[in-house]
Design a protein around this ligand. Sequence first.
Ligand code: HEC
Ligand code: HEC
Length: 204
Amino acid sequence: MPALSGTRNPCFPAILLVIASITSTPLCGQTSKADATRGAAKAKPCAACHGTPEQAPLPGLPSLAGQQAQFLEAQLFFIREGLRPIPQMEGMLKDATDSDLSDIAAYFSKQQPLRLRTKADPELQARGAALAKKRGCGTCHMPDLAGQRQIPRINGQREDYLVATLKAYHDNKRSGSDTSMNEVMYGVSEADMQALAHYLSHQP
Ligand code: HEC
Ligand code: HEC
């Protein structure tokens, strides 16, 4: 079981440290000055794909509503720098400054999280809950799965997005500021990923 990320400096996961030293962008330091109102204007084009607190995102996409600001900042930085390649968002952040990214992150993090109203399958739900407990998802993502700092909220996301993203970590096609999730997903079967995604997606 990998070390609890809470013990690390949350502002400077290893990769950000490296990048920050190259580009001298102390991304995390900007959080306190982030302005959600400015962020709202910059976030206008995002709802078409990522939805709103009331409306689910397009199939396969994550909701950003109520997501942790530090996690969003880091992902926006990775996306802008091409470290997390997303063809649908190609070029979209190319003119965004670090403070633009902080404003956008502040805007989404202050929204109410989306509440999906899909029906749960009790058997799959129970299996997912047992797996989440066994694999300690709540130690990093918090017991209510709402995340903390650079660790994302994972409750209430679309099930299809969760399945795809767990598989991406499993297949080492996605890694973020560290490799925790690749380690967590090592050896997890596809059936177990389905159960985990079903469980998470139906958590309030
Ligand atoms: C044309 C559709 C589209 C638009 C518009 C769009 N995105 Fe995305 N976004 C995506 C896709 C696709 C993904 C990746 C999903 C995946 O990893 O499979 C993504 C992922 C993200 C993520 C990572 C979230 C997570 O939970 O890992 C963030 C943050 C994000 N987008 C922010 C934005 C912001 C901010 C805007 C507006 C400036 C925006 N997106 C506009 C399609 C879009
Ligand atoms: C050691 C700490 C740790 C543990 C344990 C952990 N996670 Fe994570 N998780 C992270 C971190 C850090 C990220 C952000 C990684 C990144 O930048 O891509 C993350 C990201 C995710 C994401 C991506 C969310 C998004 O919006 O893109 C999902 C889904 C996820 N974790 C599910 C799980 C599940 C399910 C478990 C238990 C089986 C789990 N995690 C256990 C640290 C952890």
